[in-house]
Design a protein around this ligand. Structure first.
Ligand SMILES: [Zn+2]
Length: 159
């Protein structure tokens, strides 16, 4: 049997083309009986009503997919190598106070990406209220992109 061209939405009662309905492989003709507009309204409402639950889902996802969050990886590394970097860098600082300052300045200049990353992490940590080590990599990347965008806009303004 050929699929019908239109379907009536169970929520708003409007007749719409089949492709305006939410995809679902288990349903007849691979579409649900809710149109995309109603679905979006429903989802937004659900999200607003379940902010806590959403947060919980995200947390659970992070827990189930640690490999996707490199921060988790570094946390583990620090756990497995306690004090390793700390002790070494403290000694270096003590032995080379002036060198350290110059190195830091050079580092700033040579590593704009890394500086953006640090700023992004500090910003997000403040904004969301979770430790920098627990920030999802995705968010950090978004923030860095924003910095880059601002930088590009400035370049256009001054040129
Ligand atoms: Zn509808």
């Amino acid at each position: 049997m050929k699929p019908p061209l239109t379907r009536v939405c169970k929520k708003c009662g409007e007749e719409k083309p089949l492709e305006e309905f939410v995809k679902c492989s288990k349903r007849k003709y691979s579409r649900t009986h809710n149109c995309k507009v109603c679905d979006r309204i429903h989802k937004t409402k659900w999200r607003n009503d379940n902010i806590e639950r959403c947060r919980e889902l995200r947390r659970q996802y992070r827990k189930d997919n640690p490999e996707k969050f490199s921060a988790e990886f570094y946390k583990q590394y620090r756990k497995d190598n306690p004090g390793k970097n700390k002790a070494a860098s403290a000694k270096y600082r003590k032995d080379n106070p002036e060198k350290k300052r110059l190195a830091w300045e050079k580092y700033h200049k040579d590593n704009p990406e890394m500086m953006m990353r640090l700023s992004a992490k500090a910003f997000l940590s403040r904004k969301i209220g979770i430790p920098t080590a627990e920030l999802p990599e995705e968010l950090i990347q978004y923030k860095i992109l924003q910095y880059k965008l601002h930088r590009k806009i400035k370049e256009h303004e001054t040129s």
